[in-house]
Design a protein around this ligand. Structure first.
Ligand code: BGC
Ligand code: NOJ
Length: 811
């Protein structure tokens, strides 16, 4: 069942009922001011940091669901309704929500009035704009009372939702004309404030929640809207809000537009006050003036569209397969940008209070956005590398505001160092900007320890090389990619962290997965060294990689698939002899991607085992059989009920690893079959089962052991975005940037007769036409570049600014 449809021409998903299985959200903003917005206008705004600079309040896990947001109430005689249906939930005559790239448009109609609420965060400005258009389609004059309403958060959302003894006394606002200024803590250490404004004088306002809603009122039945109107309340402590009342008379056929804004302003400390106690509003007034002209909103919308045109133009596909084109050209890339902006901080599943930027997550996210914003990728790599320790290990997380490593979580996640090589390698292949390796970057955020980035990569490689266990496989530490495989934790007390409790430096527990990574990214490291003519070091690294291949093929091989790990007692994890958890997806994907066992047959056998044991109709589950009881020696993985999350859920992130692995073996049919099984556009028609947004990936879909098999959770902020984009753009469509050229090596279903990719790379544009009249699954038999035959399948970089026509014939 569907709850909407894709409008590809406008690059929108159009939701046709407010009763989606879960709130379906969009992200507005891509620089500093961000808004999460649901299809019923629920959501919240923050400036840069979802925890520390929260502008509006949102109650997670509340009932009714999705209670707070950017609400507009319309009172038309006896009827009160919202254009987005929530929170009054008056049945609408017509409803639609269009989620576009960086903007959303909600439209509701009731009793002959149509209300359109368009929301966006303009490029280069710190505000959310809401344009409300009201049209009277009835035959009589309408007198409408319109009430915009937001609930304000007292900045630090963690404190805001816990420290009530203080916070009920600190709230402060100022009202000046059509604007409500939120200035809690501005009297002391904050030099910033937020404000809500309208582009016309309101007929009333409230800034105290209990005045607007009523002490025992609710957003579904605000006293002011259902009763006597706004009271002009000024909040002192308790819960500041911004609410206004606008009385509008609309003749038949008449329409009116109102603009509402929510802005964030920082004042230099010495310019904080206009006079004692009164906020200096100069910058706020300038912001309001920027949008005073009604044309300014349209201009902001045009600029937003132009930005996205530019971003998406770096990779465009024309395949004749509608669902594939819309994933590749629009939604997968869009989601990659959202993961760049948010990391794992703020979604409808991530509260914005928890995690900072993950070292491994951010390195992997890079793989999905480096082609769109290489300059910002460069900066990101340097930020991440600065949180590495001198021995090559790394802080597992860092805070975006301070860019400092997070001490509470610390280090010891032994896959982390190698992801830095993965991210930097992707950047080098994309840009050819070798100067990044010369950039001096702190270790442990300490400028005194700064060394060139190249040295950071070297230490990443060396850390893994020198931290091997009894079998010669890398030690796992607190966890590897699978945060829940905690082989050195042994936690027996509720509430303890599975990752940070216990002897993390366990000298026995080893990871076959990191072994695969060492081969995969160790090869990248060797290529980088050779490019720099560091031949002796490259030869030595190659020997280490070769040795690891042998170790993985011996200690890491179980007979029909790659093992997962060895626990702290040296027992196999992920082998046929295990009671549960006999086979895991991660080492099959990573080891085959790394080319391990491709020539000797293990790779093919491992992928066959995946197909036989882990495949389901909704995707590939992480392991089988699921763990049915808690196992002290394995940790969090066995804490989840069977079928959820890392315990045999369909963890979407590593499905594309299997896509890449299958492509490595030239299996085009299978690679695409795996790709499409979790691709949102392909499963839109089971939205009732899947439940999360049909335009983006979710982290997890419940596996076949779960009662809710097929139900997704944790949409938006997942490494799935980057990896699926990599798998489709580079492994299946086969347009892969390498250090010295663009490799054309498609691996597609035999029945696909060809496609065209337009790829911007290092300043030139490549129009790559792939001809598969032969019906092959892989293999390029001839390649011409601007009409001239080229041997092999590597196109050398063309002059920046040029357009290159490429013809690749498969066979
Ligand atoms: C989740 C993992 C996540 C980890 C972060 C766990 O509860 O299952 O997916 O990586 O928390 O610490
Ligand atoms: C989500 C985490 O953000 C990521 O770092 C981890 O690799 C996966 N969960 C798997 O545990």
């Amino acid at each position: 069942m569907q709850y909407g449809y894709f409008d590809d021409a406008r690059r929108e998903y159009v939701i046709t009922t407010p009763r989606t299985p879960l709130p379906w959200i969009n992200y507005l903003g891509s620089e500093a001011f961000f808004t999460l917005l649901s299809n019923t206008a629920g959501g919240y705004s923050f400036y840069k940091d979802a925890r520390l600079r929260r502008i509006t309040r949102y109650r997670y896990n509340a009932s009714p669901l999705d209670g707070e947001g950017f609400r507009v109430y319309i009172r038309d005689g006896e009827t009160v309704w919202n254009p987005g249906w929530q929170p009054v939930q008056t049945e609408l005559d017509r409803y639609q929500c269009r989620h576009g790239l960086g903007y959303s448009v909600l439209e509701g109609a009731k009793n002959g009035v149509t209300a359109t609420q368009e929301l966006l965060v303009p490029n280069g400005d710190d505000c959310l704009l809401t344009r409300l258009t009201l049209r009277n389609d009835s035959s009589g004059t309408k007198r409408l009372e319109v009430f915009p309403y937001i609930e304000i958060c007292l900045w630090d959302t963690m404190d805001d939702s816990s420290n009530f003894q203080r916070n009920f006394s600190t709230g402060e606002v100022e009202v000046c004309g059509a604007a409500v200024y939120h200035k809690t803590e501005y009297r002391e250490r904050r030099d910033h404030f937020a404000f809500f404004w309208a582009d016309r004088e309101p007929d009333g306002f409230d800034t105290a929640r209990e005045a607007f809603l009523g002490v025992y009122g609710s957003p579904a039945r605000p006293r002011a809207v259902f009763g006597g109107g706004c009271t002009g309340s000024i909040a002192h402590g308790w819960q500041p809000v911004a609410a206004q009342q606008h009385t509008l008379l609309l003749p038949p056929g008449g329409s009116v537009r109102l603009l509402f804004g929510l802005g964030y302003i920082e004042n230099p400390r010495e310019e904080k006050w206009e006079r004692p106690g009164v906020v200096n509003k100069t910058r706020a007034e300038a912001m309001m003036a920027r949008y005073a002209d009604p044309a300014a909103f349209d201009a902001a919308m045009d600029a937003l569209r132009a930005r996205w045109d530019g971003l998406l133009s770096a990779y465009q596909l024309c395949s004749g397969e509608e669902k594939l084109d819309r994933m590749v050209n629009i939604w997968n890339q869009y989601q990659c940008m959202v993961t760049f902006n948010m990391s794992r901080s703020a979604s409808y599943f991530e509260s914005g209070m928890g995690r900072g930027m993950g070292f491994r997550d951010s390195c992997q996210d890079l793989l999905g956005f480096v082609h769109m914003i290489p300059e910002r990728a460069r900066e990101r790599i340097l930020d991440i590398a600065a949180t590495q320790f001198p021995d090559g290990s790394a802080y597992h997380q860092y805070q975006p505001l301070t860019k400092k490593g997070n001490l509470a979580v610390g280090s010891g996640f032994n896959d982390d160092p190698l992801w830095l090589i993965a991210g930097t390698d992707a950047y080098l292949r994309e840009t050819g900007d070798w100067s990044i390796l010369d950039e001096r970057v702190d270790f442990d955020n300490d400028p005194a320890l700064a060394r060139p980035l190249l040295e950071h990569l070297r230490r990443s490689f060396d850390y893994t090389r020198t931290h091997l266990g009894p079998h010669g496989l890398p030690l796992i530490g607190r966890a590897d990619w699978n945060d829940c495989l905690n082989l050195n934790c042994f936690s027996e007390h509720p509430g303890e962290s599975f990752q940070t409790t216990g002897p993390s430096e366990g000298p026995v527990a080893e990871s076959v997965f990191i072994g695969g990574m060492f081969v995969q990214y160790g090869r990248a490291w060797v290529d980088i060294l050779r490019h720099l003519a560091l031949e002796a070091e490259a030869d030595a690294a190659q020997r280490d990689v070769d040795a690891m291949v042998q170790t993985v093929l011996s200690a890491g091989w179980d007979g029909a698939w790659f093992r997962r790990a060895y626990d702290a007692e040296g027992r196999v994890v992920g082998g046929a002899a295990c009671e549960e958890g006999q086979i895991f997806i991660e080492p099959q994907g990573m080891c085959v991607m790394a080319g391990i066992g491709v020539e000797t047959g293990e790779a093919a056998a491992a992928l066959k085992s995946v197909e036989e044991r882990l495949d389901t109709k909704y995707g590939i589950v992480l392991l089988q059989p699921a763990y049915t009881r808690y196992r002290l020696e394995l940790g969090e993985i066995s804490s989840y009920p069977p079928g959820y999350k890392e315990n045999a859920g369909i963890f979407c992130h590593n499905n594309p690893w299997i896509v890449c692995a299958e492509a490595e073996l030239g299996h085009g049919d299978r690679a695409f079959a795996v790709y499409r099984r979790t691709a949102p556009a392909y499963i839109e028609d089971i939205s009732d089962i899947h439940r999360t947004e049909p335009y983006v990936y979710s982290q997890m879909i419940a596996g076949r052991d779960a009662p809710s098999f097929g139900e997704a959770k944790n949409s938006w902020l997942t490494g799935t975005a980057a990896w699926t984009f990599l798998s489709i753009s580079q492994a299946i469509l086969g347009v892969k940037p390498e250090l010295d050229g663009l490799r054309i090596n498609p691996c597609i279903p035999g029945k696909c007769r060809g496609f065209t990719v337009t790829r911007r790379w290092r300043g030139a544009t490549y129009r790559i036409h792939v001809d598969n009249t032969a019906g092959a699954e892989h293999g390029v038999v001839s390649l011409t570049v601007d009409g001239a035959a080229v041997p092999g399948n590597l196109i050398p970089p063309a002059a920046p600014g040029s357009t290159v026509e490429v013809e690749a014939v498969m066979g």
